[in-house]
Design a protein around this ligand. Structure first.
Ligand code: URA
Length: 233
């Protein structure tokens, strides 16, 4: 939302009075005087008019978790424990997940209450790389590298997957980088080359990497640099 709209809506003040207040240096955004009515604001912004707070900022949360296998990527479930059950923060009910993992998959999960931030991560067109460690049932054929780079046609969605980088690490293990997040994508890709995924672990999303200090089930707030890195990935 733009600043002038927020001010105009305050006690139905109207647009003209809002512009006068902004131009008259009566408005402060996060403590700084702003004279541009188009200045962007959201629910995490503090806005003052004549030194009275007219919008108190909500607390923005950006968290990373090391999801253990067996925990559901959901905020609520009647049957299984969820990632939210592992978090003890008074505002945890405001969180949503930016990119789910299957129940059996472990690794990096991001949670936030900032919808614009999570949208940037999840939007397919942003092509944010997601890196997975994969262990397979059968040996991985060297030709799979080219097949994954070429892409697979998924007829249920009528799409061809974006080129994916497969690096074979061992007979049955590989690191896979995807630039999108389709339903069961890694499992479906390996199935298409006649193999099966035995275990799957997400190491990173864009510039955010699961850090070694987080054992399975642990979480922490992202640093400012990690939070900001999303817009640059
Ligand atoms: N691909 C999968 O098949 N499962 C996941 O959890 C993530 C990507």
């Amino acid at each position: 939302m733009k600043l002038d709209r927020l001010i105009a809506g305050h006690h139905a003040m109207g647009r003209q009075a809002a512009h006068r207040a902004i131009a008259g240096r009566r408005v402060r955004v996060n403590g700084t005087c702003v004279t541009d009515g188009h200045h962007p604001v959201d629910r995490f912004t503090q806005v003052e008019l004549d030194e009275v707070v007219i919008q108190r900022p909500e607390r923005a949360l950006y968290l990373m978790m090391h999801k253990p296998a067996g925990i559901l990527s959901a905020t609520k479930d009647d049957l299984h424990p969820t990632v939210l059950d592992l978090i003890d923060d008074p505002d945890k009910h405001t969180l949503h997940i930016a990119g789910r993992l299957d129940r059996g998959t472990s690794g990096l999960v991001l949670l936030t209450n900032d919808g614009r931030w999570s949208k940037r991560i999840m939007a397919a067109e942003e092509k944010v790389p997601k890196v997975y460690l994969v262990e397979t049932q059968e040996a991985i054929a060297p030709e799979a590298v080219e097949t994954f780079a070429h892409g697979f046609y998924f007829h249920t969605e009528n799409i061809t997957t974006l080129p994916a980088e497969l690096v074979i690490l061992g007979e049955r293990s590989a690191r896979l980088t995807l630039h999108e997040g389709r339903y069961h994508q890694v499992k479906r890709m390996f199935h298409r080359v006649g193999n099966r995924v035995r275990s799957l672990h997400r190491e990173s999303i864009g510039a955010i990497t699961l850090t070694a200090d987080l054992p399975p089930g642990a979480w922490r707030a992202l640093t400012d640099a990690e939070t900001l890195a999303v817009s640059g990935c």
